[in-house]
Design a binder for this molecule. Sequence first.
Ligand code: SF4
Length: 437
Amino acid sequence: MRVVLLYPEVYDMARYKEARKEFPPFGVLYLAAVIEQGGHEVVIEAVTPSRTRLELSGFDAVGFSLASSATYGLMLTARRTSTFADHALIMVGGVHANFYPIESLTDFAAHVVADGESEEIILQLLDRGVDGGRDFTGIPGIYCPNGDGQIVQGPSRVLMRNIDELPLPARHLLPREHVVLSDRLAGTDTTMAHVMFSRGCPFPCTYCAAAQSRLQYRGAASARRELIHLIDAYGIEGFAIVDDNFIVHKGKVGEICEAIADLKLRWSALSRVDTVDGPLLKKMAASGCIEVKYGMESGSELLLTAMRKRITRAQIRDAILATADAGIGAKVFVIHGYPGETEQTTDETLSLLEELAPNLSRVALFRFVPLPGTQVYADPDKYGISGTHQQPGWDGDWSRFHIHHNTLRWWGDDNQWAEVESSYLRLRTFVDATWGP
Ligand code: SF4
């Protein structure tokens, strides 16, 4: 059968002033690989703000990847304006569908919603959904309408034990320039690709929408095999690990480092500050790591505690210094404007950044947004948040939940918000002056 998988692609014009691609849509790439293994033909299509009306009548099944809440409206427009075959199976999955499966099923007039990783069920969905009478009974982790207009939920899903069993993501279905980039690895011009070596994050940060709490690692042999494939097929000289939080389990990370060191690739990854130490960082450096991107978030102990980040200023300082000592560049992510932010908390962030500046290669400063799927979003009264979709005044505009360029007021009275605005400006000015805009 012919299957098309749709994903949202929105260039961050406000941030970069140019069409800049982010990393490839790994969710659909892994699914596409499994569908191809099952003997079907797969096409991957990007939905963009200027390309929502698609001619899809040649496909037996259509999958919508709701990769973020911010692009929910874009994907919904594609559903409502594109052309489909009468018999086409309509499937929905992805981050937003995981959080709001029933709304997604209804809004998309879908036959089925898959909640969470779907590689193990996608072939069953296709078999039963296209030729099998659309009876999805017994398939785990799904939502579908029954014949009476009720929505029924499948049995609970168990996460895959071994993600090494998955085929490599089907990068060959994307244009080459979407897979291989030359301006993205730690500010260098290294020819690089993105990879995923783990899934999930077990930490409880209140502002984070990490997709799953159980951590799954790929084995060292599997990681090495993918990198060799990327060298052979695309000529990469480096790679960026896009996992939510790759460096959690020192043993697993160390094994991967040892297995890939001889490939002489340069690489970067994201980490918490409290899961690295000197020996691990030196092992990472020896295997080609040139940058670690740390979630610092704030220099205020008060806000770090409120965020349930479970780190301290001392741990931030230690991690940055140990990273520099290992010869690796350190970038930090900072969030400004979390509920409770003041001039005082901003001063604490500023002073820590000033102190660490000689050892920080880059700083990415974000403004706080209560992302759907986070603890903050789920309990707006506790955090003093307004503007979520379950509160009065909701206008249906999901696009406001965009992490890169959001200036909306989510909490506080006029005076508190004026303080957030002025302190953000001070921090922004410092960051831009020190590391560039
Ligand atoms: S912010 Fe990082 S450490 Fe915290 S939950 Fe998200 S991925 Fe995990």
